[in-house]
Design a protein around this ligand. Sequence first.
Ligand SMILES: C[S@@+](CC[C@H](N)C(=O)[O-])C[C@H]1O[C@@H](n2cnc3c(N)ncnc32)[C@H](O)[C@@H]1O
Length: 244
Amino acid sequence: MSAPKAWFEEWFDTDYYHSLYSKHDQAEAEAFIDHFLQTLNIQKGAKVLDLACGRGRHSIYLHERGFKVTGVDLSLKSIGIAKELEATGLRFYRGDMREFLGHEEYNLVVNLFTSFGYFETLSAHASVLDRIHSCLKRGGHFILDYLNTAHLNIDEEQHELSVDGIDFTFFKRRHQDKIVKRILVDDRDKILEFHEEIMAFSEAQLRELLVKAGFEIDGCFGSYDMDAYEADRSDRIIFYARKV
Ligand SMILES: C[S@@+](CC[C@H](N)C(=O)[O-])C[C@H]1O[C@@H](n2cnc3c(N)ncnc32)[C@H](O)[C@@H]1O
């Protein structure tokens, strides 16, 4: 008998996830990349790994902006959709960030829109960062975009949302060292349940994990507009780190 799937193997592979988060779309991805390319000095033509690329919204635009991009994601369905847009210098494949990612291959690795923090232990997260560090060339950069858990409005209340005739009800709460979101989906004749569990990493914990993996931190931003990070105001924690 095969082991039950982890929540992140199941939920991100559903169309429900994409409906619920549909406002985080191609336009949002392009605006963010425009901002970070204005703010950070990343050389044209650089080899980029978009780790946990989903359907490839950032990869596609990074490629348009002149980078050689590889997108990797665990979701078979998302990679299937992304693959339809493959071109010279834009490749997608199914892969797991907990496995080998390459050796000194990339100039830049991006991990965007809270695509980290899914695993059970601190050491599992540390070993993902080690793999990212190994797959970067010396002097290469890493962008880690996490939600700012210090600024999250977490309560036990239920929230409801309807998208394309599907009703979503969710409950968000802090449980031990995690932020847990229970998601009920009412899709006409069926009721389904999913959940998300993200480690409630603070800015300081992420910083420590990055430094332990061998990164030097060059900047920390608090939004997709690349404003400076402020613990009590920022929605995001976006680290810009370098392999030294
Ligand atoms: C919140 S989504 C973000 C996707 C994409 N970065 C974006 O902004 O649209 C998180 C992604 O992480 C992927 N993922 C989850 N666990 C993974 C793993 N172990 N290795 C690679 N990708 C993973 C999911 O399949 C999902 O596409």
